[in-house]
Design a protein. Structure first.
Length: 219
């Protein structure tokens, strides 16, 4: 029988947001009590890497998951909030990469997902289903580890490099998306899950704030 072997991958500093910690408890309890999908049992492990260089932490977390024979990695950043069935929602789509469209921690907040033309993907009240995207952050992202067996998916996976057009560094998450694109792996955003997640800073940033700011611009 096939088995889903999940690594919950948490890159962080020395401190987790309290809201994240509580959601993680609810999530692991949910996994323990709903340990099967489509007849496949689920086993899971929690891995936390602490440091100051996010790219290094993501590289190490994926490498560990591959080395221990896991089938999937679910990145959950330690400043995110999410529902207890976050994994079940994401894996139900049967895609190689599915993520949540997370609101940025700024005012006004912006969506992190970008469509093929570079335009922001908004998550509004009536947004639903899967949307194929060009770029997406890795704050909440489920990865089928088979993608790393593809040609062109050698390390480094989460590189940071200078973009002369922007005059700035490309973040490790967008570099990962670029690598996936070159390897022919499509990226998807779950719009229903995206409405259920938050990004904790001075406030808990969500898509209701993005939509409100967008409406003010229109007016």
């Amino acid at each position: 029988m096939k088995e889903i072997r999940l690594v919950i991958a948490v890159p962080s500093t020395q401190v987790w947001e309290a809201e994240f910690g509580m959601d993680l408890v609810f999530f692991t309890n949910y996994l323990a009590s709903h340990g099967e999908i489509d007849g496949m049992p689920i086993s899971f492990r929690l891995h936390n890497k602490r440091g100051s260089i996010l790219a290094n932490m993501r590289e190490d977390l994926v490498k560990e998951a591959i080395d221990n024979g896991s089938t999937h990695v679910l990145f959950l950043d330690s400043d995110q909030t999410f529902p207890a069935d976050v994994f079940h929602q994401l894996i139900a789509h049967k895609k190689k990469i599915v993520a949540a469209n997370v609101a940025t921690k700024m005012l006004p907040p912006q969506p992190t997902a970008r469509l093929a033309d570079g335009v922001e993907l908004y998550t509004e009240q009536d947004s639903t289903g899967l949307v194929e995207v060009w770029r997406i952050g890795t704050g909440i992202m489920l990865i089928d580890l088979n993608v790393f067996k593809r040609e062109g998916m050698e390390q480094p996976w989460f590189d940071q490099h200078w973009n002369p057009k922007l005059g700035a560094y490309t973040g490790e998450d967008w570099s990962f998306c670029e690598k996936l694109e070159n390897a022919g792996v499509k990226l998807y955003v779950d719009q229903d899950l995206s409405k259920q997640v938050g990004h904790v800073g001075k406030l808990n940033y969500g898509h209701d704030m993005i939509v409100a700011a967008k409406m003010r611009e229109v007016v």
